[in-house]
Structures are given as C-alpha cells and as structure tokens.
Write a protein that binds this ligand. Structure first.
Ligand code: UGA
Length: 443
C-alpha cells in the first residue's frame, strides 16, 4: 500500500520504517530540511535499537523515502498519517498547531479519496477538528474529494520502539467509516496475525484510550513512589512490598518500580494534558493531579537524600551521576529525572561528573560547556575525585558494579540508588553507605 507520514519523530519514523519493512511504499514528510537530508543518507538522528538498519535497508530497497515537499507526498499516499509533535502549551494542554497545520496542507492538496490517520497523542475531539480543517480547505477550493479521519494512537515505548511497532499488543482504530476501517485492516494485516489485535471504536474513545493507558501507567508508578515514601518512614522495604503485591495478577509486576520519578516525553505531558481536558470539561481530576504532584516531589528525592547526607552543605562537593537519559536504551533527556538532580546540585554549588552510555551528546546540547559538569565516557571515570555516587538510570552497565572499586574511588563512599538496583547489604558490606528509595528496613 502507499503510505505518507507527516513527522519523523519517534512515532513517525518508527511507524514509517516498520510499514516499509512490511512491504508498503512509505514517504515521510518533515519540515526540518536538515533532518530529511540526514535521513536520506540513512543517518537516524535518534538512538533506537534496530531502527537505523531498518531505515537503511528499506531506503536501499526503494520502499522508504524522505521529503520536505508535502504536495507530492499527499499525492502518493492512500493513507496519510499525522505523527507530528503535540508539545504542551503554557497551561499544560496539548498544542495542536502542528497537527492542524498538516490537516490544512492535506486539505490544500488532496485530489482523491484518502484516509487521514491521527497517530500523535491528541486531546479528545481532535479527529473532529482535523476533519473540519481538511473540509474547510477543500471547500475553499471547491473540491468534492472525499476523505475519512481516523484516530489510531501509538503505544510504542522508547528503547523498544521497533519491537513494539512490529508486535503490537493492540491496534486501536477509532473510525466511523467502514471504508477507512477496511483499509486500515488491510494495512495492519501483517502485524495482526495469530489473533485479532484490532479494537475498533469511535474516534473519541480511541483518543481517550491513549491518555487513559499512559495515565494508568503513570498512576502505578506514583502510587509505588508513595508507598516507598511511607515504607521509608515506617521501617519497611518497598522492594519486598513490590514483590509481595506484584504476585497478585490483578496488580502485576509491571510498572510498580519505585524510583527517582518518571520522565520522558509522554507521561508528564499526557497526565497533565488529561488533567487539563478534564478541567476544561468541568471535572476536577483529583487523582491525576496527585499523580503529577507525587512525581514532581519524587524527582527531588535524590537531591534531598544527598543534601541531608552532607548536612545541607554541598558547596565544593562532587557528585558522580550514573545515567542521564530518562530511561535505559534511549538518548532522550526530555523530563529526565537526572536534569532535576543536576540542576539542584549546581544550584547548591556542587559539581557533577556524569556517565551515560548514549545521552552524553544530548546533555552537552542542552547544557553546553560548563565547569560544574564533566561528562565521562566510562562509569568508573565518573567516580574519580567524586565524593558520592548517584544512580539515576538503570542501564545494564550500572547493574552490578565492583563495589570495592567504587569505594576506592569515592572520597566519602556512599551510593544514592535512585532505581533500587542494588542489595543494600552488599553495598554496606563493601564499606559504602547505601541510600535507596523507600528502603527503610534495610538501613
Ligand atoms: C510510554 C508508555 O510506556 C508507552 O506505552 C507509550 O506509547 C509512550 O509512553 C507514548 O505515549 O508514546 P515511554 O515514555 O517510552 O513510553 O517510557 P516508559 O518505558 O513508559 O517509561 C516512562 C518513565 O517511567 C521512565 O522515566 C521510567 O524510568 C519510569 N518508570 C517506569 C518507573 O519509574 N517505574 C516503573 O515501574 C516503570
């Protein structure tokens, strides 16, 4: 099939590459000419396992192209995906200007039936707004061309994006037109083998499904962080509690890991946006607001522990930080907990020596060269001359360090384990102080 995708961010690029991999002819459109040039050379601007070879292969085989030119791309596609960004505006609502700009361009150029598919995470009601925008532009040029608008949210996780896209656990299709549903059923057939993963519903329910999924996952995390804060105060170990409750299949083991807070481009933004949508519709989403508040406090947790350890005076101290990306297997620093920690440390007069397997360049791009930030290629190099070590992201490389070596390098040996990676007893036996998240009983 012929597919056009607007936006070459995580969602657009991964979707484009995976649809091409399944034999479709895909044209990806982006307004960033530099990015399009890089992608044409097979140079993928984000770190995502498996993506670059897939992009290169499908380009070489002529199934994947990149362009800044929207008109021929619209003429190409029977299915036009909108996968552009929806950044939060000042009040936390999702800003639809990029989505609606694409809808306008489609309306200005469409000359035969196509379906317009919203893949970006967009507030409930956006399908209607996209439909109205396309229709208005068609009307302005007296066009009788028919089209359908579908909501088809994406559920991929960064770091597993290609895998998730190739093997989705559900395909949500919000559509009122049987013709559009039939086309999407055909497009997704190769992803939908063995059992039917496609759930068809109306557009608004599909749009809300996306927010509900992310809000539920974020709620699980904030809930566990709250339990961790209680555990700490009552002398319990949240890691034991986690195992104890996860064994109940109604609760499950996933997404109940306490830590230094959730980050990324989705949870913080989507929880906030859903709260704003509720408010705008006359409902005060008490639980969602609390999820956000707990997470915000949790992001300050490591700093509080470190500051308390040093009696509130961090001037001249050096803190080694292992892990900068908002989670492992990505170089994405959006809303990363490391950023809050580093900024608080700098404000308190401390220096940071940091190591991350992928996010160093991104960190440099965000913060520039500064005397109080030293980016190190290797984990142990970050410890040289440092007072203490904080773990912010649970990359595999940080999972089982040589604690004796860590102790030997740190001036005042202490580990602040923001992801509860280590056995507190093993750390203390090696002669280091251990601080975890919600591990009162172990201390
Ligand atoms: C999230 C969802 O998991 C995807 O299903 C969704 O498609 C995506 O948002 C999106 O809307 O596009 P992602 O942001 O890539 O995916 O990251 P997650 O793996 O969900 O992790 C989010 C954050 O939660 C990370 O900072 C992670 O460290 C934290 N986390 C996760 C915890 O603190 N505890 C946990 O138990 C799990």
């Amino acid at each position: 099939m012929k597919v056009t995708i607007f936006g070459t961010g995580y969602v657009g690029l991964v979707t484009g590459a995976c649809l091409a991999e399944m034999g479709n002819h895909v044209v990806c459109v982006d307004i960033d000419a530099g990015k399009v040039e890089r992608l044409k050379q097979g140079d993928v601007p984000i770190y995502e396992p498996g993506l670059e070879p897939m992009v290169k292969r499908n380009r070489e085989e002529g199934r994947l192209d990149f362009t800044t030119d929207a008109a021929p791309a619209i003429a190409h596609g029977d299915i036009l995906f909108i996968a552009v960004g929806t950044p939060p505006d000042e009040d936390g609502s999702a800003d639809l200007k990029y989505v609606l700009a694409v809808a306008n361009t489609i309306g200005d150029n469409l000359d035969r039936y196509a379906i317009v598919v919203n893949k970006s995470t967009v507030p409930v009601g956006t399908a209607d707004r996209v439909r109205a925008a396309v229709a208005a532009r068609l009307k302005a040029r007296d066009s009788q061309v028919e089209f359908d608008v579908v909501s088809n949210p994406e559920f991929l996780k960064e770091g597993d994006a290609v895998e998730d896209c190739l093997r989705p656990d559900r395909i949500i299709v919000g559509a009122s037109s049987p013709r559009a549903v039939a086309l999407l059923r055909k497009l997704y057939a190769p992803f939908n083998r063995n059992h039917d993963r496609m759930v068809v519903m109306d557009e608004r329910s599909a749009e809300l499904t996306k927010y509900a999924a992310n809000a539920m996952l974020a709620t699980k995390i904030s809930f566990m962080n709250e339990i961790a804060n209680i555990a700490e105060r009552v002398g319990a170990d949240v890691e034991l509690v986690r195992q104890g409750i996860g064994s109940d299949p109604r609760i499950g083991y996933h997404f109940i890991y306490p830590g230094a807070g959730y980050g990324g481009s989705c949870f913080p933004k989507d929880v906030q946006a859903l709260g704003r949508t509720a408010h705008a519709n006359g409902y005060d989403a008490v639980l969602l607001n609390a999820v956000e508040a707990v997470n915000d406090a949790q992001k300050a947790k490591l700093f509080e522990l470190i500051s308390r350890h040093f009696g509130g005076d961090l001037k001249g101290k050096t803190v080694a930080v292992w892990g900068l990306a908002f989670k492992p297997n990505t170089d994405d620093m959006r809303e990363a907990s490391s950023r809050r920690l580093m900024e608080q440390l700098w404000n308190a007069g401390a220096t940071v020596r940091a190591c991350d397997p992928e996010a160093a360049d991104e960190t440099r791009r965000i913060y520039g060269e500064r005397a109080d930030l030293v980016l190190c290629d290797r984990p142990y190099e970050a410890l040289e001359g440092a007072d203490v070590l904080a773990i912010v992201t649970e990359w595999k490389a940080f999972r089982s360090p040589d604690f004796a070596r860590v102790r030997g390098l740190l001036k005042t040996p202490a580990i602040f384990d923001g992801r509860n990676l280590y056995d507190p007893v093993a750390v203390e036996d090696a002669g280091l102080a251990y601080y975890g998240i919600g591990r009162g009983r172990s201390l």
